[in-house]
Design a protein around this ligand. Structure first.
Ligand code: URA
Length: 194
């Protein structure tokens, strides 16, 4: 099994697809590597590319608020992406870019060994759950595969574009909270505001 150090080294040197030409930083992920809960987004945006951290731009700020709704913060989950380098102008990552990068995500999943994986948006759900996953119809549903509980909800960027979806996303988060309770994944300790 690869170590985090090997994974970081491989990602830093990666030239498996054209996204390496325009990236400023490879964004491997953020949060707690020992967490039982893994969130998977699509790919870094501008701020993530600049800072080398996942979900730190406007979508990330909304993700932080979504986590807070169910008593979590990013120090208690791990957040990764399907592709580790920013697609130019935030376009969807191409199938060949996703295919080139998926071995890194698989390695991350093996290192983290989460019990619960939450896909954020269609791209992640189709890469991780099923290629024909329909986010509008199937968000909030759960499937167990190879010992992992998988679900998907709307990507925070989609919620920023269309706030009417927030109600559904909130229901999905409540189902996530119930699943964590059912699996005995301990609730987040109270976090003092700083
Ligand atoms: N959108 C994503 O899918 N991932 C990020 O890291 C940031 C924005």
């Amino acid at each position: 099994m690869v170590s985090w150090e090997q994974l970081e080294g491989a990602c830093a040197a990666c030239r498996r697809c054209g996204l390496c030409e325009t990236r400023r930083n490879v964004v491997i992920g953020d949060g707690a590597r020992e967490s039982r809960i893994l969130f998977i987004g699509e790919g870094p945006g501008e701020q993530e590319d600049l800072q080398g951290r996942a979900f730190v731009g406007p979508a990330g700020q909304l993700l932080d608020r979504m986590l807070a709704c169910i008593g979590l913060d990013r120090g208690q989950v791990y957040i990764a992406n399907v592709v580790k380098c920013r697609p130019p102008r935030n376009r969807d990552p191409l199938p060949e870019e996703q295919a080139a990068c998926l071995p890194y995500l698989r390695a991350q999943v093996r290192l983290i060994r989460p019990q619960v994986i939450v896909c954020l948006g269609r791209i992640a759900a189709q890469a991780v759950i099923r290629p024909d996953f329909r986010i509008t119809r199937e968000h909030g549903q759960w499937v167990e595969r190879k010992g992992y509980w998988l679900t998907a909800t709307y990507h925070p960027s989609a919620l920023l574009r269309d706030p009417s979806k927030k109600r559904d996303a909130y229901e999905d988060l409540k189902k996530l909270k119930s699943k964590l309770e059912e699996l005995g994944i301990p609730p987040a300790p109270h976090r003092e505001d700083t």
